[in-house]
Design a protein around this ligand. Structure first.
Ligand SMILES: NC(=O)c1ccc[n+]([C@@H]2O[C@H](COP(=O)([O-])OP(=O)(O)OC[C@H]3O[C@@H](n4cnc5c(N)ncnc54)[C@H](OP(=O)(O)O)[C@@H]3O)[C@@H](O)[C@H]2O)c1
Length: 306
């Protein structure tokens, strides 16, 4: 079955579910290459990567081996935490394309509203000297300027045909408002990819994005496969429809108009995670699942960046 799409503000559509090559795939390009084959066979056509995942090369290799028609795929990548001016953004997108062996990307996101020094250190991606030269992640004025320049860089990438659609990730309402007020911003982000699932519901962000025609895309839609999958309400609703808690979480997002980025290394789960388009949650079930919210994050709170 073809995966349905959700329309973005450019009129193009993004598949309802993407296959994520982050989290446990970090820096395992060869494993990504082999998993892509299984994910494609299961039905995934949309693949999500990022420079800092270290999986662009593996995804490119996996896709090359499959020898597919480019137009049947939707490929998303994200800018590295060290690119904060126009030129370095354009350069980073060109580097992503080279690693992916592609001549355009469907979607590129600014990965984070400010450089995550801790992550750069942990992954050994930058030296202390290089980190010192990055914009100050705790200074709102500095970061507003850096976020604007990075966005203008992505707009250049669109003009150059390197990217079809552009967006952001981990942006709060404040980050979005501060970006959209600039008259140089001629393209409204198509997508804001954030942590979103029944345990991490952010209604004010959802409403703001809806009003401004920015599509929320959920990463960790299964709550990173942790306690949400054991929730009694999720299990009860799943049993009613002869589905699994994972399929209920994905269906809940779909009924909210939220595309998701899901990840699994298990072939059976790849099929399971695409099989949620044949049942409907009632309004009451949608509300009950939304009310499970605990503001429980498995990833960093983007509001820590001013
Ligand atoms: N923009 C950002 O800052 C950002 C941050 C985090 C993630 N992401 C993107 O989002 C992707 C997904 O994030 P995530 O890994 O947290 O997503 P997720 O889909 O919520 O959780 C994946 C976890 O759930 C397990 N799982 C998968 N299918 C399952 C099922 N049907 N039943 C029970 N457990 C299941 C997986 O284990 P197995 O592999 O063992 O099946 C894995 O441990 C990443 O790979 C990345 O591409 C983006």
């Amino acid at each position: 079955m073809a995966i349905p799409g959700i329309e973005m503000n450019t009129g193009r559509s993004i598949p309802a579910i993407s296959f994520g090559t982050g989290t446990s795939f970090f820096n395992r390009p060869d494993d990504v290459a082999s998993n892509i084959n299984d994910a494609y066979k299961a039905g995934f056509r949309c693949f999500d990567t990022a420079t800092i995942y270290g999986t662009e090369i593996g995804l490119g290799k996996g896709l090359k081996e499959l020898n597919l028609d480019r137009k049947d795929l939707f490929i998303t990548s994200k800018t590295p935490d060290w690119a904060w001016d126009k030129d370095s953004i354009v350069e980073s997108v060109r580097e992503s394309l080279a690693k992916l062996q592609l001549d355009y990307l469907d979607l590129v996101l600014i990965h984070t509203p400010a450089p995550r020094y801790d992550m750069l250190r942990r992954l050994g991606l930058k030296t202390e000297e290089e980190i010192k030269n990055l914009p100050d992640c705790s200074n709102q004025e500095v970061m507003n300027g850096a976020r604007l320049q990075a966005w203008l860089g992505l707009q250049v990438c669109v003009q150059k045909g390197l990217v079809r659609d552009i967006g952001v990730s981990n942006y709060t309402v404040t980050h979005l408002k501060n970006l959209l007020k600039h008259e140089e911003v001629t393209i409204v982000p198509a997508v804001n990819q954030v942590e979103y699932n029944p345990y991490m519901v952010d209604t004010p962000l959802y409403e703001y994005c809806k009003e401004n025609k920015i599509l929320i895309q959920a990463f960790a839609p299964l709550g990173n496969g942790k306690t949400l999958m054991e929730d009694e309400v999720m299990k009860r609703v799943a049993q009613k429809y002869n589905k699994t808690p994972a399929q209920v979480a994905l269906r809940w997002a779909w009924q909210l108009g939220i595309p998701t980025v899901n990840k699994t290394e298990k072939t059976a789960r790849m099929k399971e995670n695409l099989d949620y388009f044949d049942f409907s949650l009632t309004n009451q079930e949608m509300e009950e699942i939304t009310s499970l919210n605990k503001n429980e994050r498995r990833f960093g709170d983007p509001a820590r960046f001013p």
